[in-house]
Design a protein around this ligand. Structure first.
Ligand SMILES: Nc1ncnc2c1ncn2[C@@H]1O[C@H](COP(=O)(O)OP(=O)(O)OP(=O)(O)O)[C@@H](O)[C@H]1O
Length: 802
């Protein structure tokens, strides 16, 4: 609570410190601009005039009478100002101020860059002081040159450094100015001289040859035509690119040589005495933003999002336990031989001859690939799946007929002694360590013992299902652990929803490093289903905000955006910021759907449809893979699915659109698909104490002041207070009642559609309608019953209430 108060007072006191901004209207700008421009002109005239008339005017300077006569073109005022600036001030260098005043006027009139003007004033003043000091050398003979200030400054320097020292100091200041202002280096000076020498030589040569060609009378008219054709072609070819430099054409056919430098191509002539041609290709102009960002990157380096926690240490590998104690796969020859013989005899019993058989031993399953004799139908083998399983007396035989990409049939048989794939092995695998992915996840090992590393960002959302106790929670921990080992807190944030209140609580320790939450919530991990709705809506707002940022930055996705931001091409003052990935994890999705129904399904579907480009990824896990939980809308937007063992083939079909998950053996045995083929994986095992150690390791380090804050969502509490208070009713209460009574369907989404409302308002209306006895109570995912038969009855009911 205390925290809340302080944030509120902070917010309130902010406007007090607002600096008033002096923005001028267009008219004011025009008036002030013209004034400054003309004032500059006036000053310039009076200064220049003073150079010629000062001797006559100086005697009148102190004469305040109206009759005093001045020779200055701007008369008394002009003479006085010029006297002050030139004679008493910086000498002829003061002309700079007249010019700068005019320039300021022009800047205002054209509404040009104010920063550039500021720079001009600073540099202009420095140059004027330098010039005046330099001209101070001649102060005794021509006092106007450096003015009093120039003379005094020069004198002062000479007292300390002597004449030579002063000259050297002034020379040094000049060099510094040229280098800083015009980026002059020794190289540019040298190349300038080289280029000029080259050009002079070229000009000299061409003039000689031109005069020769002019002298030669053209005898063949045909060659002139040819010449023109060549010229026309050449010009046509070159109009596409801006090549503005001199092009001198030879009088005979030319061939283009390989370019000496990217900018300069010389076309030599074939015969002696002909002209050679030099074509200068002008360089692409750089855009201002490029220049600016290049400069920023040059000065400060690329933006580093990890800077705030630059000392952050990634968890070490020894926090994870090695369950295999370094052993590789142990091949049990006897078991292999036994299974092989049984497969062969079983198939023989069904008159299926085998030409070839090969075994691949995985961590928990062995894959027997068989090549049947020619003429055996694959569907026949598939139909015998149960019989083969029975005769092999093993659980979880899966037949893959045919093996995708191979001309074989696969039979997966569980190993008698399954091996645990430890998270340690998966994390330390080369494949994971070297993964160039946005959000790499080391899932476990495939049947061929390869570590399965997938990119969550590519999925882009993951649906996980499996009966209780088959390894779902371990799977979720495996995903989160992978990301903790690979991503800096600045790069990824988790939004965790855990209605069971036990599975994800461990991650509380890393709240200020990796978690995101709503501004006002106490706990980052959401355990209350009613709060999930607010969080989901807040994520939708975050999504919309991110799309706006991407649109303004002309980027198509978060990767491009962050790259541009790191290269300092996006201005944080325009609201741009480095965008971390956001991973939303919902455990027990079924629970959520059952209590909140459409209110969560719709924002989840919206996020799933749109959030991929802007770096929000969803992982939803459920124990109950029934169709009212994993609806068509959810399925359509979650192409990547993980299925742990489920109890029935129907459940498997709900998750994977095919059976197979019912034949898994449990304990982390899973099937993974990203929309195409199924891969059987043994999920890496990470136990709770290991996760605890990792979160402690991270939690013990310096953290951000708070969890990452999601945008505030000002939704109403989704509470179901059945308070039938007429005065508190929504304005649309009657309309809503009419919609539902007419449709005879008590659904909030109908109200949303018909009355164009948000989820919360529709939900509140439904509650009020329930309280008024117009619709029945909540019935899970089914629409509520409408208790009023028609509009006449509704009118009566509402009339009686008054
Ligand atoms: N990848 C794995 N390797 C080895 N054993 C595993 C693996 N995954 C799970 N197990 C075993 O299965 C048990 C249950 O796993 P887990 O808690 O993940 O199940 P669950 O599907 O989340 O169950 P529930 O839905 O009831 O929470 C674990 O305690 C562990 O013994």
């Amino acid at each position: 609570m205390a925290k809340k108060k302080s944030t509120k007072t902070k917010k309130k006191s902010l406007p007090k410190f607002k600096i008033p901004s002096f923005t001028l209207s267009k008219q004011q700008e025009t008036i002030l601009g013209s004034f400054l421009f003309l004032l500059g002109v006036l000053l310039l005239i009076s200064f220049i005039s003073f150079l010629f008339t000062w001797k006559e005017d100086i005697s009148e300077i102190n004469n305040l009478s109206r009759n005093a006569e001045y020779k200055n073109l701007i008369s008394g005022i002009g003479a006085k100002i010029a006297y002050f600036f030139i004679y008493k001030g910086l000498g002829i260098a003061s002309i700079t101020f007249a010019v700068l005043t005019s320039l300021s006027g022009i800047h205002l009139l054209l509404n040009a860059n104010k920063e550039a003007l500021k720079k001009r004033w600073i540099w202009g003043t420095l140059v004027a002081i330098w010039l005046s000091t330099f001209l101070g050398f001649f102060g005794s003979s021509a006092s106007l040159l450096g003015g009093v200030i120039g003379f005094e400054l020069n004198d002062f320097l000479q007292d300390y450094l002597g004449k030579i020292g002063t000259v050297i100091l002034l020379l040094f200041l000049l060099i510094t100015y040229l280098v800083l202002r015009f980026k002059f280096t020794l190289d540019t000076v040298l190349s300038f001289f080289n280029k000029t020498a080259h050009e002079v030589k070229e000009d000299f040569n061409s003039e000689e040859i031109n005069s020769e060609t002019v002298e030669t009378p053209s005898t063949e008219t045909k060659t002139i035509d040819e010449e023109e054709a060549i010229i026309a072609n050449f010009v046509e070819e070159n109009t596409e690119q801006p090549q503005t430099e001199e092009i001198q054409l030879s009088t005979t056919e030319t061939s283009i040589d390989t370019p000496k430098t990217p900018e300069e191509i010389t076309i030599p002539s074939e015969s002696e005495g002909d002209l050679s041609m030099k074509v200068e290709v002008s360089q692409e102009e750089k855009t201002v933003t490029d220049n600016l960002s290049d400069k920023l990157v040059e000065d400060f380096g690329e933006f580093d999002p990890t800077l705030e926690l630059s000392n952050f240490k990634f968890p070490t590998i020894d926090l994870l336990k090695d369950y295999t104690s370094g052993q590789g796969i142990t091949i049990n020859q006897e078991e292999l031989e036994e299974n092989k013989n049984q497969i062969v005899t079983t198939l023989k019993n069904y008159k299926i001859e085998i030409a070839n058989i090969k075994a691949t031993v995985g961590p928990t399953v062995t894959l027997y690939e068989i090549v049947p004799e020619a003429g055996v139908r694959i569907s026949k083998i598939k139909n015998l799946e149960d019989d083969i399983a029975l005769s092999l007396a093993a659980l979880g035989i899966r037949i893959i007929a045919p093996m995708p990409g191979k001309g074989t049939i696969g039979i997966e048989v569980p190993n008698k002694n399954p091996r645990i794939v430890s998270m340690r092995a998966a994390i330390s695998s080369k494949k994971f360590q070297e993964a160039e992915m946005q959000l790499p996840i080391a899932f476990g090992k495939t049947i061929s013992n390869e570590t399965m590393v997938v990119d969550l960002a590519k999925m882009p959302h993951l649906l996980m299902a499996g009966a209780t106790g088959q390894g779902k929670s371990v799977g979720l921990n495996c995903i989160l652990t992978s990301l903790l080992y690979k991503k800096h807190p600045a790069e990824v944030k988790f939004v965790l929803v855990d209605p069971k209140k036990v599975e994800l609580t461990l991650f509380n320790k890393i709240e200020r490093h990796y978690l995101a939450k709503l501004p006002d919530s106490e706990e980052a991990i959401i355990t209350d289903n009613s709060k999930v709705i607010n969080t989901l809506n807040s994520l939708c707002i975050e999504m919309d905000n991110r799309y706006e940022l991407l649109k303004n930055a002309f980027c198509r996705n978060i990767v491009e955006y962050n790259k541009k931001f790191k290269a300092r091409k996006l201005n944080p003052n325009d609201g741009h910021k480095f965008l971390p990935y956001i991973v939303l994890v919902v455990d027990e999705f079924a629970d959520l759907i059952m209590t909140a129904g459409k209110e969560v399904e719709t924002p989840i579907a919206r996020l799933a449809q749109l959030a991929r480009a802007i770096g929000i990824h969803l992982i939803i896990a459920t124990q109950r893979p029934s169709v009212n939980v994993i609806t068509g809308m959810i399925k359509a937007n979650f192409p990547a699915r993980v299925a742990f063992r489920v109890m029935t083939g129907i459940d498997s079909k709900t998750i994977l659109d095919q059976s197979g998950a019912n034949q898994l053996i449990g304990r982390g045995d899973m099937l993974y698909t990203q929309g195409n083929e199924l891969v059987r994986i043994q999920c890496a095992f990470v136990d709770t104490p290991e996760v605890e150690k990792i979160t402690e390791f991270i939690g013990g380090q310096k953290a951000y002041p708070d969890a990452h804050l999601l945008p505030e969502y000002v939704g109403e509490e989704g509470g179901t207070t059945l308070d039938n208070n007429i005065s508190d009713r929504d304005k649309l209460f009657r309309e809503a009642a009419e919609v539902l009574v007419t449709a005879q369907q008590g659904s909030a989404s109908l109200l949303q559609r018909k009355l164009k409302l948000g989820y919360n308002r529709a939900g509140r209306l439904i509650d009020q309608l329930e309280a008024a006895g117009i619709v029945g109570p909540f019935e899970g995912s089914k629409a509520r019953q409408v208790l009023v038969p028609d509009l006449i009855a509704l009118d009566q009911l509402l009339e009686n209430e008054k």
